[in-house]
Design a protein around this ligand. Structure first.
Ligand code: BGC
Length: 536
């Protein structure tokens, strides 16, 4: 733990309690930054609705349009199976994956705020390309630009939130990112619901262009946001960092202890010259490395994006009309937001493991139910029969329960847990791994889902349910509880874990702690003497 702070109860082993209120400054800044998640969410929610609009299909994917509208002999499971159509959805995530490799350097060198502002600018240009598209390449270029925007914002926004948030509210502030992702998805679902009914067949342009309005709001509000004190210190602007810290924590509070610790932490992390090499090759970081890969991998293998991207297509596949399909995605989007609110308030109370386990069991049950319901009606042949209203309602209800199970478990925890188990010296490179694994599997699922639906039929839901069972067992055995443990002390959990403790070298931990303490005292002494000189 970094020295110089006040402890909650005077015990040096307990969590520090830096003074800091939820000030107007910090609240406004965090709400504005968290809204960066809207861009990600809007993209997730918009493409499914757009790709189910006949005018859009007819213009850019005439083969799919013919199969869907005219050729009723095609197996119901296969009528949307088109590689170029899925490329429209998935290209964005491939671009985000590429962006995540260099986003961490940009965020470090130029600051979190500039990274958020540039993500909004790139995103805005991408939205223009999409809204004005007359050829397929314009659509794809637009999607790629949007992807760069998403890659930058998923790297910088969670870091910005964690650094700005007052110490004790880090969990809540961090979850605002996921909350704004879900709001973005819901806004997209609602926009599609309205634009799909436009008579001129141009509704899809408004849907895709809507991303530009979101980018404008985010970009303009980010310009007025303060930079985080951590980033200012990292780039050598100590005076400004101190002033900003004072402003965001409360003008009347003594922020010296937190400031000293930020300076010490920044110096310690600057001594780590090769964060990537460290993370990938050092044995003691093995638990963090494995979880940073597996958590985003499992998050995507829940199959959530099958519902988020393709809900309208999926509902159409099982026989809903266009409007009913789009309306049903508004319903699932709405429950996604509500269930995320549950997570925001429960995560620090019930803990991460309880939510992971409950959510996993719930998702498993309802995925099997969806498979059974669809299989029972369509069998393997996928021949269209009339779907009674009550039956369709049961399918939608099961999907809603599945989405809710995800929204209070793997949704927010898929971002929160990796960010809190990574120690400062490898936090930025670790976050890049989380973002890139997440985007890689988001891309793969988006790209192959329609193909898999055509090949596996209703068994596809059983396939995802099997993964949910595996990841729930994995959490049970391998994910330690990190609730209410300050970030700097999370490394203790590995020492106590039945499996991970074999990667912890106890002797090395003690030596490291002793070295750390000496360094901190040196930094404090240096800062004190600087202060004395200034006041003399
Ligand atoms: C995931 C997205 C998903 C969204 C659904 C996020 O945490 O990363 O892939 O679409 O949650 O709410």
């Amino acid at each position: 733990m970094v020295g110089g702070g006040v402890t909650a109860n005077g015990d040096p082993n307990m969590a520090k309690a830096y003074p800091g209120r939820v000030t107007r400054h910090v609240t406004m800044a965090c709400i504005s930054a968290a809204s960066g998640g809207l861009m990600f969410g809007y993209d997730i929610g918009i493409s499914g609705g757009v790709t189910s609009m006949p005018a859009f299909l007819n213009k850019f994917f005439p083969d799919v349009y013919r199969k869907e509208e005219l050729d009723h002999s095609v197996n119901q499971y296969c009528k949307f199976d088109s590689e170029t159509l899925t490329m429209f959805t998935s290209s964005l995530y491939l671009a985000a994956l590429l962006a995540s490799f260099f986003a961490s350097g940009v965020t470090r060198k130029f600051g979190r705020k500039s990274s958020i502002v540039s993500s909004a600018v790139i995103f805005f240009v991408g939205a223009l390309f999409n809204a004005l598209a007359v050829k397929l390449w314009m659509l794809i270029v637009g999607r790629i630009l949007l992807g760069f925007g998403v890659g930058f914002s998923t790297q910088s926004v969670p870091m910005y939130l964690s650094e700005m948030a007052p110490y004790k509210r880090r969990g809540l502030f961090n979850s605002l990112f996921q909350f704004s992702i879900t709001i973005g998805i819901l806004i997209a679902n609602l926009v599609n619901f309205v634009t799909a009914n436009m008579k001129n067949g141009q509704g899809w342009r408004y849907s895709l262009g809507g991303a530009g309005v979101i980018a404008l709001i985010i970009g303009i509000s980010a310009i007025f946001n303060p930079e985080t004190p951590n980033s200012l210190i990292e780039r050598g602007d100590y005076e400004e960092a101190r002033r900003k810290l004072q402003q965001i924590r409360g003008e009347d509070l003594d922020v010296q202890a937190e400031y000293n610790d930020l300076v010490a932490a920044s110096r310690a992390s600057q001594e780590v010259k090769h964060p990537w090499r460290n993370l990938l090759t050092t044995r003691k970081y093995r638990p963090q490395l494995i979880l940073s890969i597996l958590i985003p991998f499992f998050q995507q293998l829940t199959g959530i994006n099958v519902v988020m991207f393709y809900a309208p297509v999926l509902f159409k596949t099982i026989g809903f009309g266009s409007n009913a399909s789009l309306f049903s995605s508004v319903v699932t989007g709405g429950f996604n937001v509500l269930a995320t609110v549950v997570a925001i308030f429960a995560v620090d109370k019930w803990g991460r493991r309880a939510l992971f386990l409950e959510g996993g069991i719930q998702m498993f049950i309802f995925q099997i139910a969806v498979a059974a319901l669809i299989g029972n009606k369509f069998g393997m042949s996928g021949v269209v029969t009339d779907l009674p209203r009550w039956y369709a309602c049961i399918v939608v209800t099961c999907i809603v329960f599945f989405v809710a199970g995800f929204a209070w478990s793997w949704g927010p925890l898929g971002w929160l847990v990796p960010s809190e188990i990574l120690p400062l010296e490898i936090r930025s490179s670790g976050q890049s791994i989380v973002v890139s694994v997440n985007m890689l599997f988001t891309f793969l699922i988006a790209q192959i889902f329609l193909m898999m639906l055509c090949a596996f039929k209703y068994w596809l839901f059983v396939f995802f349910a099997c993964f949910v069972a595996i990841m729930t067992l994995f959490v049970y055995f391998f994910v330690p509880e990190t609730k209410n443990i300050p970030i700097e002390e999370v490394s203790q959990v590995w020492e106590k874990h039945w499996y991970w403790k074999r990667f912890v070298d106890h002797q090395a931990v003690e030596t490291e702690l002793a070295v750390q303490k000496t360094k901190e005292s040196a930094v404090e002494a240096e800062l004190d003497s600087q202060k004395r000189k200034e006041s003399a």
